[in-house]
Ligand binder design. Structure first.
Ligand code: HEM
Length: 506
């Protein structure tokens, strides 16, 4: 008797499971097209070895919205400007969160920075702090002297190296690092200090590694029970890097605290001072802890330094590959600025061809193939498809910016296509070009990054003849990227610089 009851129970349970599966599949939702997933790995077999290229070719097969399974997790790839608009505008409030990945845990102070923070009070407060204390027009203006001084430093350093073959990117990274450190924490930490972790070379390599690790495809994120194996070694690298950066931040914060304690009626001088002052405010919705301060510093290190230096290097690389473009830009600079002074920020509105080069550079060479992961906080419908809560979304900005339906000769570098357009086409409101994203998660450093990119490119072209390093021919200049998430050039750029303005200007 007991056996028959047991058998009946087993049959009923099996039927329940089968009918639930069938019922779910029926109800289940109108999902975007995509390849059939395998149990456990989902579609990881199709993409794990070369995620960018594999996803691109799958997009060609399945169209501008595609559903993949990374392990058991749904990941939607949006590859057209219309689909980007659906996620970043029509449904922005639902998709403005981030998935909880290892990069956020181990390099984002357990999601206490801004870039990896889920949508919620901490992230809202962090964005407000940034807008008021770093990127407001008033703050940007007050930092102008820093940008001018660092630019002077850059051009005189380059001038002193004239005739020698140099790796341009090294100088650009040092320059963007200097500007950002001075805005945030004061330059002294890597110029004067003897501290083991604070030499500028060391910091530059750490921020480069930070940006790369924030873009990696980590298998343990998608098959969590495998994460302890750290198959690709990324988590180990994240932890090691974070340990080093943490030491540096502790040193900076301790020093700022000592400065505050030593001064009566202390006046904040940089972002760290402001954050320490805010940490004493009991009325803030989210308390500013030491880890949150570190997370917010890290955001600017991660977001601001390498991204801007990379973009300047790409622009120079394209002008070297297309000498007639460099000539045209120089002619504009000669006409508007003349040969007796450097370009200043107030001149930028008079330099449409420089802006066209900047726009075309960011079209062909966005910082990354996809925007940082977006993640939905509730069930929704997008473009007629069901999107369950917890869907991760990758916006394929690389493909959108090369879509032949939008762009003539999409793979060619043609700044002329942007003549007569304002740089605000880069701000993401028409979704055909999204180098900074769009909507709630749009890059908060946009105006700053763009300002530094425009003025630096203008001055490099104005004050130097940039030539290719010895033995490199124009046709050898490589404008391909490595095919990784962060679009770094395949081959570093070696150049020889030759000053062209009167000597006393350098
Ligand atoms: C040319 C330079 C830059 C480019 C191309 C760039 C691009 C981007 C992109 C594509 C995103 C992701 C947007 C999304 O998830 O939808 C982003 C986010 C972000 N960027 Fe930038 N960026 C640049 C400069 C900067 C600078 C100078 C800073 C700070 C000093 C910065 C700080 C950030 C931060 C903190 C985020 C995360 C925002 C959030 O999650 O709410 N970026 N940036």
């Amino acid at each position: 008797m007991a056996n028959s009851w047991f058998l009946l129970l087993a049959v009923v349970s099996a039927l329940a499971i089968i009918s639930k599966t069938i019922f779910n599949q029926k109800l289940e939702k109108h999902l975007p097209p995509g390849p059939n997933p395998w149990p456990i790995i989902g579609n990881l077999n199709l993409i794990a070895f070369d995620p960018r290229r594999s996803i691109q070719s799958l997009c060609e097969k399945y169209g501008d919205i595609m559903l993949l399974k990374f392990g058991k997790f749904p990941v939607v790839i949006a590859s057209s400007s219309e689909m980007a608009r659906q996620f970043l505008k029509v449904n922005d409030a639902i998709f403005a969160s981030r998935p909880a990945l290892a990069a956020g845990k181990f390099t984002g102070y357990d999601y206490k920075n801004m870039a990896w923070a889920p949508h919620g009070p901490h992230w809202i407060q962090a964005r407000k702090i940034y807008h008021m204390e770093v990127f407001s027009d008033k703050k940007m203006e007050s930092f102008e002297h820093i940008r001018v001084e660092e630019r002077r430093d850059l051009v005189s350093r380059l001038c002193s190296l004239s005739g020698k073959t140099i790796m341009l990117k090294d100088h650009l990274s040092k320059y963007t690092l200097s500007i950002i450190c001075r805005m945030l924490i004061s330059k002294k930490y890597f110029v004067e200090s003897e501290h083991e972790n604070s030499s500028s070379k060391h910091l530059e390599s750490m921020v480069g590694e930070l940006l790369d690790l924030n873009g990696v495809f980590n298998i343990g994120d998608w098959i969590p029970w495998l994460s302890f194996l750290d198959l690709q070694g990324y988590v180990g690298r994240m932890k090691a890097l974070q340990k080093k950066l943490d030491k540096f931040y502790d040193y900076v914060i301790d020093d700022h605290e000592a400065g505050r304690a030593a001064e009566k009626d202390f006046n904040p001088k940089d972002l760290v001072d402001v954050l320490l002052q805010m940490a004493e405010n009991p009325n803030l919705e989210v308390k500013i802890t030491r880890d949150r301060i570190k997370g917010l510093i890290q955001d600017i290190f991660n977001g601001g330094i390498d991204s801007t230096a990379n973009a300047i290097e790409w622009a120079i690389r394209e002008t070297l590959k297309h000498p007639h473009i460099a000539e045209k830009a120089k002619a504009e600079l000669d006409k508007v600025i003349g040969r007796k002074r450097w370009v200043e920020e107030k001149d930028l509105t008079q330099l449409p061809y420089i802006d066209a080069i900047v726009m075309e550079t960011l079209r062909l060479h966005p910082l990354a193939t996809f925007l940082t992961y977006h993640y939905s906080i509730k069930d929704s419908k997008v473009a007629g498809y069901d999107m369950p809560k917890g869907t991760t979304v990758l916006i394929n900005i690389w493909s959108i910016a090369r879509d032949p339906k939008t762009w003539d000769s999409p793979n060619e570098f043609l700044p002329e296509r942007f003549l007569g357009k304002e740089v605000d086409v880069l701000f993401g409101s028409n979704f055909t070009l999204l180098p900074f994203g769009s909507g709630r998660r749009r890059c908060p450093g946009l105006s700053f990054g763009l300002k530094v990119l425009r003025i630096t490119l203008a001055n490099l072209l104005h004050g130097f003849n940039l030539k290719l390093g010895e033995g490199i021919r124009v046709k050898d200049v490589c404008s391909e990227d490595m095919g990784t998430a962060v679009t770094r050039p395949k081959v570093p750029l070696a150049v020889v610089v030759e000053p062209t303005l009167p000597h006393d200007l350098y």
